[in-house]
Design a protein around this ligand. Structure first.
Ligand code: SF4
Length: 443
């Protein structure tokens, strides 16, 4: 079987490319060309029937990923299913199943069955989890077990995987030489891989045998997302030498993987102050040859716990604006606890809004919905306005909870409604595209 990338290079426009083109209002030729260059990836896996087709990369709407998963403290498969369904209902584009507690095979399969979103994971979690159960020491993980596990998980139907190939002895040395870090290590998979390397005095097998990782991903046409195992977990660590060492290696591996015909994506931080976000994205794009960039927020400050979904949304709006392609949500429980169903709903909503804000800036020619909602608001066409909002249910709830006397206005200004007065003054002067369109508003 050939991958989307290999087929695109032969000029074959696949059904997946056509779907992406239709959903994004682009031509199939454009999508095919960008897939061929490795600038668009389409998580795929023929073992999973009826999976939603989603494109990630240059020229496309910025996508939102939402992660779920059990922990060693909370193992509740029903809760994970409810979260997976909530994530899809709220409009996330992809889902990562990151369980690290209980029967991991069972959770993965149950989650795969409960959504049709593309599902990814981090195979190192199960490798270390199962090894720790068997030997009481995750550092005893056998690399062969890890490779077998990657294949088994792919066979189950995962269509992308975050794999920590970019950590190597060079990046660990940078960590030591710079005097460790303000915020320590924050990637679960990455930290256990560093621990394994230190314990066994060996190089990272995912780095040493990168071609083997690519061969497995290719076999299932899944996207290899190069994990950010040494990402900064504090803004004071942002762009330190250890993080940059891994980023350079990941960008190099993105190129190597593409040469092998594998769909590649690079992962980014983490915690990044606002003034460094543009530079971070420029570096990844420049060094990787514009590989799709998957960032975790980022969080532009460290003191927002409890409201970190909002902290991250500010980072996400900026990262989308400067070119990030897929953004992992952050929930209000970040840094504090395993998210519940309400947390994941809120996380998806604010991240969707954040990436939309970024896309409004990234694609100035795609702002028509903003224009239409403004016209509806100006004209006091409340029903049309509600239809055009991202979250009409929330807007309706607030409006209905405090109904005005005059239904053209709201209780904010009541008799002194600026919209009504402005229209009474200028209604006859409206022309051009400031005239409200007739008929139904698009949804
Ligand atoms: S009452 Fe005030 S807030 Fe409400 S629609 Fe009119 S101008 Fe806007």
């Amino acid at each position: 079987m050939k991958t989307q990338l290999e087929l695109a290079r032969e000029g074959v426009i696949t059904p997946q490319m056509k779907t992406v083109a239709r959903d994004e209002n682009l031509t199939p030729e454009y999508v095919c060309g960008k897939v061929a260059q490795g600038e668009i990836v389409i998580p795929n896996n023929p073992n999973r029937k009826n999976q939603k087709v989603v494109g990630i990369g240059t020229g496309l709407r910025t996508k939102v990923n939402a992660s779920i998963g059990t922990s060693s403290d909370i193992y509740d498969i029903d809760l994970e299913v409810r979260k997976a369904r909530a994530i899809q209902e709220e409009g996330a584009d992809t889902l990562m199943e990151l369980s690290a507690g209980g029967d991991l095979d069972k959770v993965r399969q149950t989650v795969l069955d409960s959504t049709d979103l593309p599902v990814g994971n981090v195979p190192l979690y199960q490798a270390f989890h199962d090894t720790a159960r068997k030997y009481k020491n995750p550092n005893k993980m056998d690399p062969e077990f890890l490779f077998d596990l990657i294949e088994k998980q792919l066979a189950d139907g995962l269509s992308f995987m975050a794999i920590h190939c970019g950590i190597n002895q060079f990046s660990i040395e940078r960590m030591r030489n710079q005097g460790f870090r303000y915020g320590g290590l924050v990637s679960k998979g990455g930290t256990f891989m560093v621990s394994w390397m230190e314990y066994n005095k060996k190089e990272n097998p995912l780095y040493e045998q990168f071609d083997r990782v690519c061969a497995l991903m290719k076999k299932y046409d899944a996207v290899l997302s190069l994990g950010n195992g040494i990402r900064a977990g504090a803004i004071h660590d942002s762009h330190d030498r250890a993080q940059m060492a891994e980023m350079i290696v990941n960008c190099e591996l993105a190129e190597l993987g593409r040469e092998m015909g594998c769909q590649m994506m690079v992962e980014g931080p983490g915690h990044v102050p606002l003034d460094e976000i543009e530079g971070n994205i420029m570096l990844e794009k420049r060094m990787s040859g514009n590989a799709p960039y998957y960032v975790l927020g980022p969080l532009p400050c460290d003191i927002g716990a409890g409201y970190d979904h909002i902290t991250a949304a500010i980072g996400a709006a900026n990262s989308a604006r400067y070119g990030a392609d897929l953004i992992c949500y952050i929930t209000p429980a970040e840094h504090l606890a395993l998210p519940n169903e309400a947390d994941v709903r809120e996380g998806v909503r604010v991240t969707r809004l954040a990436v939309h804000i970024g896309d409004v800036a990234k694609y100035p020619d795609r702002r028509d919905r903003e224009r239409l909602v403004s016209l509806a608001r100006r004209d006091s066409r409340w029903d049309d306005m509600m239809r055009l909002l991202m979250f009409p249910d929330k807007a309706e709830e607030v409006r209905k909870s405090r109904s005005p006397e005059n239904e053209k206005t709201c209780t904010m200004c009541g008799d002194f409604c600026a919209m009504q007065r402005g229209m009474s003054l200028f209604e006859n002067d409206i022309r051009g595209d400031k005239v409200s369109p007739k008929g139904d508003m698009p949804n």
